[in-house]
Write a protein that binds this ligand. Structure first.
Ligand SMILES: Cc1cc2nc3c(=O)[nH]c(=O)nc-3n(C[C@H](O)[C@H](O)[C@H](O)COP(=O)(O)OP(=O)(O)OC[C@H]3O[C@@H](n4cnc5c(N)ncnc54)[C@H](O)[C@@H]3O)c2cc1C
Length: 421
């Protein structure tokens, strides 16, 4: 069967013709989809059960080019754009949420320093500095399959964008001494480099968000350690333990963006925070796909019992279909229009898209369980894992579901600078 736009199981989430994807873009997304079905899917249950990091998935991504999907072409990468990456990540999310979310952390270190940074305003000196530094990061990934992670969260207001990071980098000769703690550090113990956000602060200086540094801390540097256990509800394969750094010397060459540029990126390229959503777009599709297959008596690992003849189940599938199409349409628009200095309505739409994907993924998974019935939530089937994984989406800072609503309401009703006395 030709799966390109037949609506068949494992058909692309965004059919290239219907969504008018370019040939190169469609081919990259197709590569991710096939990889997910062939490589991620058979390994997902075990990593979920054992809460182990699926390192072999990442080793297998290297020859496929998936680790360098967003490395610019002139540096040996596949040069995927923001949208292409998002659509490819959604395809991986269908098969293993934990791998897709961890992959997001790795890929963002190349997307943000690549296509996104190219779109940012920088002075000639900053641009030259950035262009001189980034090839070393890309080379490690392209040649050695190095893994980068993205531990930003600290348990306080910094990852929500409301305070300076408590992790600090003290300037010293040739680099920085970094100290601090990052919670929920996905890929902890597996990454070769931790792409951290920290506050550059000299003795006696005030901590300021403007002085946020985006820095690659080598995992084997003296003073780096991983601590705590990891036994969460969902996304168990991300192994997001706690990262500690105590007076870690990090050379200046490990800057992922020049001084001050991360703050500019966060304010002028806000869609960068939408990159946590593709995984959950994939999980939403997976919950729907499972339901259709199960009710038809075709879900792998289940007896060929059909349940599709009951009108209540047909209505539930119809409602799921409506919700999935609504989710896809809004999200596709948001990831398609992402750019530097977006309009107000584009930013509001990005919040709406993030909120919709994160909440609907779990709503769809819950509805899938209710509709399919008791046997569908056995641990021998993927649906209960999809349900648990999808529950984690709306907690992801800085754009948690609550924060998206908060900003949507405020930024709709107030123009910048407006106040009520
Ligand atoms: C599976 C999984 C993997 C993760 N991987 C990573 C990772 O690789 N890297 C990473 O950096 N993080 C990661 N996270 C962390 C995630 O993004 C959150 O930062 C984390 O869940 C926050 O936990 P918390 O309980 O401190 O959150 P919360 O208490 O919800 O938020 C922390 C702080 O943010 C502020 N805040 C929260 N909500 C609001 C609000 N509505 N209005 C104003 N301020 C608010 C408050 O100061 C609050 O104390 C991961 C999370 C999960 C679940």
């Amino acid at each position: 069967m030709n799966l390109t736009d037949t609506g068949g199981r494992d058909a692309p989430i965004f059919a290239p013709d219907a969504f008018r994807l370019g040939d190169e873009e469609a081919a990259l997304i197709d590569k991710a989809r096939r990889f997910g079905a062939r490589v991620l899917s058979p390994r997902a249950a075990q990593h979920d059960r054992e809460a182990t990091f699926p390192i072999e998935n990442f080793r297998d991504m290297h020859p496929e080019g998936l680790l360098r999907i967003c490395v610019p072409k002139e540096h040996g990468g596949l040069g995927a754009s923001f949208r292409t990456y998002c659509l490819a990540a959604a395809e991986l999310g269908r098969y293993c949420g934990a791998t897709a979310l961890s992959w997001n952390m790795h890929v963002c270190s190349t997307l943000w320093t690549g296509a996104l940074a190219d779109d940012l305003e920088m002075s000639a000196a900053e641009r030259a500095e950035h262009n001189a530094r980034r090839p070393a990061h890309y080379r490690r990934i392209v040649e050695d399959g190095a893994l980068y992670s993205q531990p930003f969260s600290e348990g306080g207001a910094a990852a929500a964008g409301a305070a300076a990071f408590g992790t600090e980098a003290r300037p010293v000769a040739g680099g920085f001494l970094v100290s601090g703690k990052k919670i929920f550090a996905s890929l902890s113990g597996a990454a070769d480099y931790y792409g951290i956000l920290c506050t550059e602060r000299a003795e006696g200086e005030e901590a300021s968000r403007r002085n946020t540094l985006y820095l690659a801390v080598p995992a084997n540097a003296p003073g780096v350690s991983v601590t705590g256990d990891w036994d969460p509800l969902g996304m168990r394969g991300t192994v997001s333990r706690t990262l500690l750094m105590k007076d870690v010397f990090v050379p200046e060459s490990e800057l992922l963006m020049p001084h001050g540029v991360y703050f500019r990126a966060a304010t002028s390229w806000p869609h960068m925070f939408l990159t946590l959503s593709p995984t959950y777009m994939g999980l939403a599709q997976a919950a729907y796909d499972f339901t259709v297959a199960y009710l038809r008596g075709e879900a792998p690992g289940t007896p060929p019992v059909k349940r599709r003849m009951f009108p209540t189940k047909q209505v539930a599938v119809a409602e799921m279909h409506v919700m999935l199409e609504q989710t896809k349409a809004l999200w596709f628009q948001a990831v398609s229009e992402a750019r530097a200095n977006p309009t107000k309505s584009q930013v509001l739409r990005a919040y709406a898209a993030q909120h919709t994907v994160m909440e609907n993924a779990n709503t769809l998974a819950a509805k899938a369980i209710r509709t399919c019935g008791g046997q569908s939530m056995l641990k021998s089937l993927p649906l209960e894992r999809i349900y648990r994984d999808s529950r984690c989406g709306s907690l992801m800072l800085p754009w948690t579901a609550e924060i998206c609503l908060d900003r949507l309401g405020r930024e709709t009703l107030y123009e910048p600078g407006e106040k009520d006395e």
